[in-house]
Design a binder for this molecule. Structure first.
Ligand SMILES: NC(=O)c1ccc[n+]([C@@H]2O[C@H](COP(=O)([O-])OP(=O)(O)OC[C@H]3O[C@@H](n4cnc5c(N)ncnc54)[C@H](O)[C@@H]3O)[C@@H](O)[C@H]2O)c1
Length: 365
């Protein structure tokens, strides 16, 4: 009989309540055995609401008292590194929300600790696991649109206080250690490097467009937030070398947009993932092909008839990625080295923006 993997979740916030806990029910070989939050009432409330057998109020208590196999870390951004290191050292397999650490050194520490402990470690964002991203990456690798010349990624919304109903106070999103780059830029950067590969250089223009914000809905509706500590509006440029460059716009300053989330230009065509960045897949892949050999010059729906029908992609497939890696002793598709390269880019951006120059990147995958 196939093993059922025991999962504990830490960080009982928006994404856990809206996405991960409800979706976990669709994974037949995973069972949520405990939830944990630094605010005990939140942990207790989630345990009662989602009928989870146990709840705890710290990672230490969770590791000491609970028997489980895989930790799902959906806590606030600044908490990830400490939580992840403790879980890995305790021999737990791990899926962590993004960014898994705040410096290249932190992510390297987590990767090396996971290797030493013999545990599987999958890192968000989930984009490398998305079927549309994998499809685009394969088409690029096959040379279908020729040599890649330019990448354009778009990942912005109106701000966490604006675009989503929340029961937790969103103020932390605007404080050092979090911010629009770590919350939104991370998506565009991950989509760009997951499809085209590791970049070599980065430059950036970043500004604070809205230094004061007002929570738009939810438990903290009407609360004023001081948002003058970090930029909320970024134009990031990347250079892959060999004549390939890219631009990622990211931030909390676009209430609505019609720009597609990802567009990749090559010498023989263009690949587009349509729709706004969201938790899950885009609205389909389109391709422009300029092929005199095939007598084709126009937009196509690549292979749309040939792909097997599948249920909509769910973020919680990240958990299946960890389970597959454990059962087959392989690397998760959500390889933390991709996440580390994105952290490298995000850590280099503030210096590049301040010094108004292009800076080299030190990591690859
Ligand atoms: N909200 C989204 O749509 C979304 C989308 C993609 C990724 N994420 C990521 O998910 C993570 C959580 O985001 P969110 O929007 O759910 O935030 P949130 O503020 O709603 O929830 C975070 C929860 O973590 C808890 N927490 C903080 N520090 C902790 C600690 N040390 N130990 C235990 N619990 C702790 C908080 O009390 C809170 O309940 C972040 O990494 C974020 O980048 C969120």
């Amino acid at each position: 009989m196939k093993k059922t993997w025991k999962v504990a979740l830490i960080g009982c916030g928006s994404i856990a309540g809206m996405i991960y806990i409800p979706q976990m029910k669709n994974i037949p070989n995973a069972e949520l055995v405990a939830v944990c939050d630094i605010i005990p009432e939140r942990a207790q409330e989630y345990a009662e609401h989602f009928k989870v057998p146990a709840w705890y109020s710290s990672i230490d208590e969770l590791l000491e008292k609970c028997d489980f196999d895989i930790l799902m870390d959906t806590a606030s951004i600044p908490a990830h590194h400490e939580i992840n290191m403790k879980a890995i050292k305790a021999g737990k397999h791990l899926y962590s929300q993004k960014p898994v650490g705040q410096t290249v050194e932190q992510v390297t520490e987590q990767i090396e600790a996971a290797e030493a402990a013999g545990v599987k470690f999958a890192a968000s964002p989930i984009h490398p696991l998305r079927p549309d991203i994998m499809f685009v990456r394969d088409m690029i690798e096959d040379g279908t649109i020729g040599k890649i010349t330019m990448v354009r990624a778009h990942t912005a919304h109106g701000g966490p206080e604006h675009f989503q109903y929340r029961t937790a106070d969103p103020s932390w999103f605007f404080e050092p250690g979090a911010g629009a780059l770590y919350d939104m830029g991370v998506h565009g950067l991950t989509m760009a490097v997951a499809t085209v590969g590791p970049a070599k250089e980065v430059a950036c223009t970043a500004v604070i467009s809205q230094p004061e914000r007002t929570v738009r809905t939810g438990t903290f509706d009407g609360k004023k937030i001081k948002a003058d500590m970090l930029p909320d509006n970024y134009i990031i440029t990347l250079n892959w070398g060999d004549g390939c460059i890219g631009v990622v716009d990211a931030g909390f300053s676009e209430i609505a947009s019609t720009t597609n989330m990802l567009e990749i230009y090559g010498t023989k065509g263009t690949l587009t993932i349509m729709g706004q960045v969201k938790i899950g897949e885009g609205d389909g892949v389109r391709m422009f092909l300029d092929s005199p050999e095939l007598k084709v010059r126009g937009w196509l729906d690549p292979m749309s008839q040939d792909r097997p029908p599948r249920k909509e992609f769910e973020q919680c497939e990240a958990l299946t990625d960890v389970i597959n890696a454990i059962e087959n002793d392989t690397m998760p598709i959500l390889d933390p080295k991709i996440a580390r390269h994105v952290v490298d880019i995000m850590c280099t951006i503030p210096k590049a923006a301040e010094e108004k120059r292009t800076l080299p990147l030190s990591t690859t995958f």
